[in-house]
Design a protein. Structure first.
Length: 163
């Protein structure tokens, strides 16, 4: 009888199974519109440290890290509190950096915050790709019209010459 081949588990495959997929983006002071970094890591803190090191995030920068684990997606909001090595503390979603010294009444500061949120300019998408595409399409239309007209004239001369 032949000895049977037994497949041994690949140690690298075991490490891949323990890793969880994560995605991260900044939320304060600059708010990113899409996920800035995606990858695999053992823990949320390890992935946050990797993201912070790649983006060279300063202290007091807030970020959101989403894990795409087996239990479904979960998010965690973190704030950079140290940079060498990177250290993080959890923060509440929607809470931004500490507010400046509180005034005698909180109501005006809340109104000011609402006004600031409303007054922030809305970023418009860049129109240069659209303009470039329209310019290119216009050039193609002009060239196609000239070529078709030239061929029509050439064919009419050929017909009269051959007839």
């Amino acid at each position: 009888m032949r000895p049977r081949k037994v497949a041994l588990p690949n140690p690298n495959h075991l490490n891949e199974e323990m890793l969880v997929k994560f995605a991260a983006k900044r939320t304060w002071p600059e708010k990113a519109s899409s996920w800035e970094h995606e990858g695999d890591a053992d823990t949320v803190e390890a992935f946050a440290a990797e993201f912070a090191a790649i983006e060279q995030l300063p202290v007091d920068t807030e970020m959101v890290v989403m894990s795409k684990g087996d239990g479904g997606p979960s998010t965690q909001f973190l704030k950079v509190v140290g940079t060498s090595p990177y250290a993080f503390e959890p923060v509440e979603p929607g809470k931004q950096a500490p507010a400046p010294a509180a005034s005698s009444s909180d109501e005006p500061s809340q109104e000011q915050e609402q006004e600031q949120e409303e007054d922030q300019p809305v970023a418009l998408p860049s129109l240069s790709p659209v303009i470039s595409m329209l310019w290119y399409m216009g050039k193609v239309a002009v060239i196609a019209t000239v070529v078709i007209a030239t061929l029509a004239i050439l064919i009419s001369y050929l017909k009269s010459w051959l007839a």
